[in-house]
Design a binder for this molecule. Structure first.
Ligand code: LMR
Length: 394
């Protein structure tokens, strides 16, 4: 039976991790997978997480099952963090999932049950695992324009035109903030136009929000998601705690559904719990419990949000430093967009060949589409990257 298997395509982002680890060079630089690194190159456990873990170790009396949807307190805490009361609680359903990816997967499976012929529209480009999962589930897929490679900014005219043409009932996957891989985001006015368009067409938004707190701050980063949830009849939201709580390996995420009316809440919740049962039964609890403890406790929450804000500011400073260095070394404004982008990622906008030379000659690893993880840099490596890029694009 196993002899029937053929090799699966490699995940572009994860393949880089192995290649980087195998590289013996001491001065190599990893700008691949989206993991935050501090100035020493470490991915620290956040102070609030460490404290919550200590408290949990003292207080937890059992490891028995919690529930198919996870702890309801986690859902309540996440409703507050992501939606902040923008929707009546009786229209909300939620299940804890293994990470944000688990939430994306469960959302797509829910769509498949509810509306088997719905086409899923993804931004071009998007996180490579989005189309990968949609294809794996055998769902119809299409793309809407999103990015203008010339300017390094959102191709808003193209995006709006494409979204206007999406028929009622199709699904539009939108990045809540900090677009991955481009780092180029909508203005508040552009968000409003997208929402008006969706309201007119009846296409259903599905928001993936994996970087709340990494762009313009916890509240501003949730703005688009909150507007969608409050102004449109229904939506799905996949939220991740991997990045903003730094608990990557704990696999902590949540799928939320906003239903058109309270009368649909119980059936929605039931279907989501059913899907958890079919796919993995009970969701992981440890990370979700830490997040709940942090969000519910004023002191821990203060500690967490302060550290998250510092992380965000570090990334903004690195963006500015990189844009400045590149401006100086290339004597052009070609890379100025880096300073205005938000979140962990930006695409440098250099060719696949340049990406390859940066890896082979300089030991600098980035995704083939020239996506760099800003948080993989530090003030010492920014000039090294800028130098290498300026030499390579000559
Ligand atoms: C990324 O885009 O690098 C992250 O979302 C991590 C991942 O799983 O790909």
């Amino acid at each position: 039976m196993l002899s029937n298997l053929t090799a699966q395509p490699q995940d572009k982002i994860l393949a880089l991790v192995g290649a980087y680890q195998a590289d013996p060079r001491q001065d190599k630089i990893d700008l691949g997978v989206g993991v935050y690194k501090d100035s020493t190159g470490a991915t620290p456990i956040m102070r609030a997480v460490k404290s919550a873990e200590e408290l949990l170790w003292q207080a937890q009396k059992t490891k028995s099952y919690v529930g198919l949807a996870g702890d309801p307190a986690f859902s309540t805490a996440m409703f507050e963090l992501v939606l902040d009361g923008s929707v009546a609680a009786d229209r909300l359903s939620a299940v804890a999932t293994p990470g944000g990816t688990g939430a994306v997967r469960q959302a797509l499976e829910l769509i498949k049950i509810a509306s088997p012929n719905a086409k899923v529209w993804l931004s071009n480009p998007t996180w490579p695992n989005h189309p990968s999962i949609v294809n794996y589930l055998g769902m119809p897929l299409a793309e809407y324009r999103y990015f203008d490679t010339e300017t390094g900014s959102v191709d808003f005219e193209g995006m709006l035109a494409d979204i206007k043409a999406i028929p009622a009932g199709d699904i539009v996957l939108l990045h809540g903030c900090c677009h991955n891989p481009t780092g180029a985001n909508l203005t508040s006015e552009q968000e409003d136009q997208i929402i008006t368009t969706l309201a007119e067409s009846g296409a259903v938004p599905f928001v993936d929000i994996a970087y709340q707190g990494f762009g313009d701050g916890l509240e501003k980063d949730a703005r688009f998601t909150r507007k969608i949830a409050s102004q449109l009849p229904e939506c799905l939201i996949a939220a991740s705690c991997s990045k903003n709580f730094g608990i990557y390996r704990e696999r902590t995420g949540i799928l939320m559904a906003v239903s058109e009316s309270a009368s649909l809440q119980a059936i929605t919740q039931g279907n989501m719990a059913f899907l958890n049962r079919q796919n993995f039964s009970f969701p992981p609890d440890h990370g979700a419990r830490l997040v709940t403890m942090i969000l519910e406790d004023q002191t821990l929450r203060g500690l967490w949000s302060t550290e998250l804000e510092q992380t965000r500011i570090n990334m903004l400073n690195l963006r500015q430093q990189l844009a400045d260095e590149l401006r100086q070394r290339t004597n052009s404004d070609r890379f100025d967009f880096l300073a205005t982008h938000r979140g962990m990622f930006s695409r440098l906008g250099v060719s696949v060949d340049t990406v390859e030379i940066l890896r082979s000659d300089f030991g600098i690893y980035m995704v083939g589409d020239s996506r760099i993880n800003i948080a993989g840099l530090n003030s010492h490596t920014v000039p090294i990257l800028a130098h290498a890029v300026s030499q390579t694009i000559k």
